[in-house]
Design a binder for this molecule. Structure first.
Ligand SMILES: *Cc1c(COP(=O)(O)O)cnc(C)c1O
Length: 615
């Protein structure tokens, strides 16, 4: 994995050149350079970088591939798409999305009342709005308002009771009624960890029987002409093409049957989302077995075939893919705070006049290790450590001996890695398979990679620089939450190899890619670590600029959001200082000032090691 799989997951968005990872666009800045610029303003902690040009790239690819397929198969329907807001509702994402969307007449999908409000306020004129999810009367009323504001709005019905509500609201609101879509419950189901959205046991959609009832109801209340769309969504990150094809056959036939029953204005079939993203960093594990070209060809071809067979008009095709559009636009950069084994230096040794024999032996191994015996000595040192730790548990050696043991073993590991580095992969790998270095990163994975915590979803990760140097340490990654789940470990078959850096002298950053879909809104405030500092990188003809920088919330803001009375909280702290006999009277104002500064800092670490303080 020399290039960290960048040729597999990056889709050409990022490249390695001159030992650094660069944005593969226009002036091609390195991520390192962008991070430096932000940190030069004094900001520390994790950084989420947004690249709107990558949103545009994905939307452009979606439209151009569907339109190409439509032309190739001489398909009579059109292609339309909406962005599902649940994937990313953050204002700086939406701000970038909307002007891009305008170029394509790309719309928005809302799954709740609050999302619908965002869509109503920001959607481009004429671009479609689709409304999914469970709906109460208020949400349906909002849908009517949206239509009456002039938005091309479709309310997708998830159950018959919603239709009853629509009938009632229509009676009250009269003239302009939104389009009505019916979500169909498919027999075929999705696959993968998000499969519960599709299939006969799905949480959503109307069964065949309910569809028949729905059409009757619509007809009875003179709303059948508003019925324009059928909708399905078989799940997110559909890694294989077959379930998509199966679902399309089923949906295509339902579409044709409903048209034959007199649903004359039914002209649209909405495939939902599910287009997968390739997250893999490894050649032989793929998270997606099809290309966008294949996907669009299959969809267009199948729908054409069904429409022809059943003698109905070819429907307009709608998609609601979110992950595919948003994932690549955001990169999370985390500063490395610590390599655990770096605490172990020769200076720390406190050897005695007379040491236990095994420690003498360890010391001997350390002094005489060479390229020929490195692997053997490495193994011996691990055995010795086992024995010495047992001796400690049994009370035969003391804490000083134990400390010497730990230091010597880590020094031997380091030396063994250095000595075998030149000898080719196989020997080095024997060491990497047995020991992992723990890298402590200034971020919370609960906040920034919740799908890793919840679903085991892995995101591509790599260092920003030193990419012209062979990484020697097999790594595991730790976040700064006080939770033992805050760890990303790597299987020996798929290790993450990182560089051995001296963080007292130099900086080291890791970037996680493809974090632009779902992660931000699913992120949780475990230990009160909130959304990281974010910035948007906008490219011009030459160079780029940084905009919409929002620093991670201050401690006071975090507590305010939790509904603490922050005035009360601050006055409690102040009176504790005022009443304390442990602080001299003349220092008290100064102490209060310091406290105020700290309360206005963000919650991530501002470590006083080289790079986190004076960077
Ligand atoms: C979640 C969802 C989407 C988006 O799915 P992706 O996998 O992100 O493309 C689209 N439509 C509906 C109805 C959804 O619930």
């Amino acid at each position: 994995m020399r290039d960290y799989g960048i040729h597999i997951w990056s889709n050409g968005d990022f490249v390695i050149e001159d030992g650094v990872v660069k944005v593969n666009y226009r002036s091609k800045p390195s991520l390192y350079e962008i991070v430096k610029k932000v940190r030069d303003t004094g900001i520390r902690g994790p950084l989420l970088i947004r690249f709107p040009h990558l949103i545009e790239k994905q939307i452009g690819a979606l439209y151009s591939q569907f339109n190409r397929a439509i032309e190739a198969f001489d398909y009579k329907g059109e292609f339309h798409a909406v962005f599902p807001l649940k994937v990313n509702q953050f204002p700086n994402f939406i701000e970038s999305l909307i002007p891009i969307a305008d170029k394509f007449n790309y719309g928005l999908e809302a799954g709740s009342k609050a999302e619908l409000i965002i869509a109503m306020a920001y959607n481009n004129r004429g671009a479609p709005i689709t409304v999914n999810g469970f709906k109460d009367r208020s949400m349906i009323t909002l849908g009517f308002l949206s239509a009456q504001m002039g938005h091309n709005t479709t309310l997708t019905i998830e159950g018959l009771n919603e239709l009853e509500n629509i009938v009632e609201v229509a009676r009250e609101f009269g003239d302009v009624t939104p389009n009505i879509g019916l979500r169909i419950r498919l027999h075929s189901s999705g696959i993968g960890i998000w499969a519960k959205s599709g299939g006969i046991n799905s949480k959503f959609g109307l069964t065949s029987t309910e569809l028949l009832e729905a059409v009757d109801m619509l007809r009875k209340h003179n709303l059948l002409d508003r019925f324009t769309m059928i909708h399905f969504h078989i799940g997110s990150q559909i890694g294989e093409i077959n379930p998509v094809k199966k679902a399309l056959r089923e949906a295509g036939n339902i579409y044709a049957e409903l048209k034959k029953m007199g649903a004359d204005n039914l002209n649209n079939i909405n495939l939902g989302g599910g287009l997968a993203v390739e997250y893999s960093q490894h050649e032989h594990v793929h998270h997606r077995n099809y290309t966008l070209t294949e996907f669009t060809n299959d969809v267009v071809f199948l729908l054409k075939e069904i429409a022809q067979q059943k003698g109905v008009q070819e429907p307009h095709i709608y998609t609601e893919s979110g992950r595919f559009i948003a994932a690549s636009h955001a990169v999370l950069v985390t500063p490395v705070l610590e390599l655990f084994s770096q605490e172990y230096t020769e200076k720390g040794l406190r050897l005695k006049e007379e040491n236990p024999p095994l420690i003498e032996e360890l010391y001997d191994l350390y002094k005489t290790i060479n390229p020929d015996n490195a692997i053997e000595y490495f193994h011996d040192s691990l055995d010795h450590m086992e024995s010495l730790l047992t001796l400690f548990d049994l009370g035969y050696i003391d804490l000083q001996d134990r400390s010497n043991t730990e230091i010597l073993v880590h020094l031997i590991i380091k030396k063994a890695i250095e000595l075998t580095k030149e000898r080719g992969r196989a020997e080095l790998k024997r060491i990497q398979d047995r020991v992992q270095e723990r890298y402590l990163l200034n971020f919370s994975l609960f906040q920034s990679l919740p799908d890793f915590w919840g679903l085991g979803q892995r995101f591509p990760v790599m260092p920003l620089d030193r990419l012209d140097q062979t990484p020697t340490r097999s790594a595991s990654l730790w976040d700064i939450t006080c939770d033992s789940d805050g760890e990303i470990d790597f299987n020996v078959d798929y290790p993450l190899l990182l560089h051995d850096v001296d963080l007292g002298k130099e900086e080291y950053f890791l970037a996680f890619f493809l974090v632009g879909a779902y992660q931000e809104i699913l992120g949780m405030k475990h230990n009160l670590f909130t959304h990281p500092t974010e910035v948007t990188v906008e490219f011009g003809e030459e160079g780029y600029s940084l905009k919409n920088m929002v620093e991670s919330q201050t401690i006071l803001d975090i507590l305010y959001d939790l509904d603490y009375d922050i005035n009360d909280l601050q006055s409690r702290l102040k009176s504790l200082i005022a009443e304390s006999s442990l602080i001299e009277q003349e220092r008290k104002d100064r102490v209060i000032d310091i406290l105020n500064i700290l309360l206005h800092e963000n919650n991530y670490l501002k470590i006083s090691a080289k790079r986190e303080s004076d960077g």
